[in-house]
Design a binder for this molecule. Sequence first.
Ligand code: ZN
Length: 484
Amino acid sequence: MEEKQTTRRGRRIALAVTLITLAELLLLSIVLLGLDARRVHFYMTDGEEITVPWGVPYAEPGVRAFAAGRVTGEGEEELPVRVEGAVDTGTMGDYVLRYYASTMLRRYSVRRLVHVADTTAPVITLLRNEDYTPNWFEGYREEGFLALDDVDADLSDRVRVEMVDGDRVYTVTDAAGNTARVVRQIPYSIGRPQIRLNGGEELTIDAAFTFTDPGFVCTDERGNDLSAQVIREGEVIPWSVGDYELHYRVFNALGEHVEATRRVTVRPLRNPDLPGPEGKVIYLTFDDGPGPFTDGLLDVLAQYNVKATFFVTGLYPEYADCIGRAYREGHSIGVHSVTHSYRRIYASEEAFLEDFNAMQDIIRGQTGAETRIFRFPGGSSNTVSRFNRGVMTRLSRTMTELGYVYFDWNVDSDDAGDTTETGQVLQNIIAGCSEHPVSVVLQHDIKDYSVAAVERVLIWGISNGYSFAPLDETGPEIHHKIAN
Ligand code: ZN
């Protein structure tokens, strides 16, 4: 009985030991297995996602796997890697490659996403024409280019051409967004022409009726004559003293231009202080002012050293101070009429003298002096006073007795008649003065078109041997025939 109990206990103990041993082995395996799984590593060259060019055979960048701390063996050991999947670089799209490595206990894997895409920019080829020499004037004439792309084939008609800092820049982008850019340096951009002005950039001329441009030469660096392409802008009015600018420009096909500027100064002629040996004298006289154009007229006369005579009125009292200026600048001032009303001044000798003295008062106020010269309104030969028969005969005698000297004219500009155009006023004066060695010219400084002729009258007179002088009581005696 006791022996049986002992045998039974021994079996139980053996069983327990066996169970405990199996449990320990199981636990150990689980621990080793877990350690093993954590110690396999993949190394992927270029990463898990790559883009490869279309049309180029696929070259696997490589994947390596290493295992460490396996159940059997020690240290790291490289494992063979097996690849599943394929990349067709002839067809654009996305491909997945799987890489496998196995230990004795488990299989491991990683994946790689491969994009097959157009990654190559088009190629731009610039063509050259050996027979062609560019020049500045024509601008660059395109010699041609080709743009070829692996995927999109010929993109030549999509090339954009632009000028950047004198260079020609060609760009084209293919459908996948790859851009090519090529620069062509244009030799003509340094071949700009030059405009050389005959006579120089500063020119001073004497006032005259005509101006002849001394001309220019325009050549490019290769010696091509571009003179015919030069455009001149600006104007010189040679009969008007002043400074002028002439611009000479040549444009090329790109709208660029080269320019030269000439400054022309028109210098006044100088009226001689004394008459020349021929004794040709012109007395310019201006009636009915002063008015709005008198100041400008005085400026012109001053530039040419010319003194004239003003038979003044009170018609534009706001310009009365021109009388003072004219007097101070050496011009002669004579009475014309304060009212210039024929009905009033020719009604009687008293009425005439009343009007005359009122004008004399204004002159004295402006100049500080009385004048001894005058001009009858309408002239001494007027017929507007015939409503008072004989009045001109009586007045001319009375005024002479009072010590006054009157002047008519022998050259009529007709600026108070039918002539209202400057060129005709000028012609009338030139024609009239040509007939007399001594001329007294009638003009009205309240007529702008008549005043505008004066500068050319001065140029004509001075350059034709005349001198201009102011009237005074010593003459000349230019009297019309009294006609009442
Ligand atoms: Zn008048």
